[in-house]
Write a protein that binds this ligand. Structure first.
Ligand SMILES: [Zn+2]
Length: 175
């Protein structure tokens, strides 16, 4: 590990341990997690659901993947959170300035990135505007969740909605 990054991360962890509420950690560690929402969002380092929604440990079951796309791993995570954690609210959160959507709009990525941009291409169709394309990408994921879990009423009956996060003003808009 690069030494200066390791030092930075260890210092961050020390501050976290000293300044965060140990009661909450101990409580959730002992009694399990009961998140009130599942959030599927982009891996973008500027889009942090816990900060955006003022959430604490144990509040959000977060699935992060570039471009907030879905494949079987994400679907399995959602199925777990609904079925085993009794979480009934699913939010797919897109954001302004999404690099994955921009990559799809400019033709698609190389290597494994193409799996992501192919999924986004399917979602956005012929939309060329980055914001509207991001919205369509979110709506596509919402529809896909409803379709994939059509035979699975426990998940299919959960409340599934889309939202967009504005990176500049911090506002979340429900779609
Ligand atoms: Zn993004």
């Amino acid at each position: 590990m690069i030494e200066k990054i390791r030092i930075r991360m260890e210092e961050g962890n020390r501050i976290y341990r000293n300044e965060s509420d140990p009661g909450r950690r101990l409580d959730t560690a002992a009694n399990g997690q009961h998140p009130y929402a599942i959030v599927v969002c982009c891996s973008d380092s500027r889009v942090i659901p816990e900060q955006i929604f003022g959430a604490q440990l144990g509040d959000l079951f977060v699935i992060r993947v570039a471009g907030n796309v879905l494949d079987r791993h994400q679907l399995g995570s959602i199925e777990y959170a609904v079925g085993h954690l009794d979480c009934r609210q699913i939010i797919v959160l897109g954001h302004t300035g999404c690099g994955a959507v921009a990559a799809a709009l400019s033709g698609g990525g190389d290597g494994f990135i193409r799996y992501i941009t192919d999924e986004i291409h399917e979602a956005i169709g012929d939309e060329r505007d980055p914001y509207r394309a991001s919205c369509r990408n979110v709506q596509h994921a919402v529809l896909r969740l409803k379709k994939e879990f059509a035979e699975h009423p426990e998940v299919g009956n959960a409340d599934i909605c889309g939202a967009m996060y504005d990176m500049e003003n911090g506002e979340v808009t429900w779609l």
